[in-house]
Design a protein around this ligand. Sequence first.
Ligand SMILES: [Zn+2]
Length: 547
Amino acid sequence: MKKELIQQITLDLARITSVVGTSGEIEVAEKIHDFFKALDYYAEHPEHLELSEIQGDSLGRKNVVALVKGEKGRSRKTVVLIGHMDTVGIGDYGNIKEYATEPEKLKELLRKRDLDEETLRDLESGDWMFGRGIFDMKAGVAAHMALMKKLSENVGELTGNVVFVAVPDEEGNSSGMLAAVDELARLAEIHSLDYIAAVDTDYMAPHFPGDDKKYIYIGTVGKILPFFYIYGKETHVGQAFEGLDANLLAAEILSEIDLNFDLCDVVENEVTVPPISLSMRDLKAEYSVQTVNEAYVYFNYSTHSSQPNDVLAKMKVSAEEAFQNALDKLNHEYERYCQAAGAPYKRLPWEVQVLTFEELYAAVKAEVGDSIDESLEKLKQGLLQDKPDDRVYSLEVVRELHRHWSNKNPAVILFYAPPYYPHIYVKGEDENEKRLLAAVDEAVEQVSAGSPHKFEVKKFYPYISDLSYCSISHKPEAINALVNNMPGWNEIYSLPVESIRKLNVPVVNIGPWGKDAHKFTERVNIPYSFEVMPEILENTVELLLSK
Ligand SMILES: [Zn+2]
């Protein structure tokens, strides 16, 4: 592949501002579609190219889907290339934001800024291109496009097939990829395709300052959002020990889970970041001397191996321990207080009570029957009109369910809120996994001979990405734990589980190398990203289809 071509496409794409959630995402899709349309292959095979609308998308965003069918022999084997066209916003560029997507002009303007030494050095070296989205991930999309062009010009030499999907909304809710999964399932039927692997070219960055190793990732990290609704027992501050402060329970849950290394998934020497809270609040609206009766806390939970049922079990144990800690503290302080006040001490009546959403629903349903479904339905209709945040919607459903429960003792209700990104762990268990592991190893080896770069093939792409939706657990207990404990499932959020299971491919990320994704100093390294990385990409695809 010609590095000049990849660089040119990267520039062409980078010049279109395609911030997630804007019409720029459509513009860039059309640009990519035009690129393919101009190729001889798609003039001959217009049915292999689609600009397909994402159903129900209020912005009318589109995926670009391009298929190249090899004509050497008949093979159903098909590699999927994926890339996202959207970028994060440009607000971080401040007063030069209108030049965020004009790489040449931006470079000049950045010279006038107070930059750190490393950025300054890169700026002056001539080896780097700056701009919003240029690294995350227009350079990667460009490599896919150049590869597709080359393949389409040599279909007589190609055994097997390659589908390229360019998607919007990766930095948002992944609506592009989720639609693409359905589309890929449909395409497989029409063209008799067997998907064997998916290759993403999202960005690859140093793991620590000064790290210049080049990483290829086979597999990807996942994430899930465990959410705790905390119901205490209100009291007047004057009778502090007569209640159970929901904030105390929330604090104990936070202290039990936040950054707890025991909750990390360690797989093949690769460790997830520990859970960390994303929001913690009490639900008291006004000032008063009544203590807090309701609170919540939820966590970002990364996975390499834990499935939703595993995480649910671990979170339940953590919440039970936290609850016990709160009760122990309360009783301990109460005893000391009684001693000092000369009052008789009697252990406080509270007991540990942690339920999952599924368990609470069963308990309420057993008490009140079908009327609970009517009450929830009514609440949901109202909520859907207000279009609240997905987390708020989920919480309100749980609160409403809890209101109908006769048990008003302090309790913690554990559930899941959107989004959910499955991890993909490529163990080498089935044929596709073995083939991908071997192909990547060989492709990297071919490039590393005589190369100044040091490569490392790792197991999990560390940034949450669309790659997650290429595969999902086939164990019913894993997905049931998610679906049955996510109050907004199929209402505000769902995943095309069946289509994902049909796609079911191992994944690899072969990314351009750069620095500072999502910062105004975002930049891509020219020699590696337009020459070395595309070669690894091409070799990998070739090896996948030939073995
Ligand atoms: Zn990205």
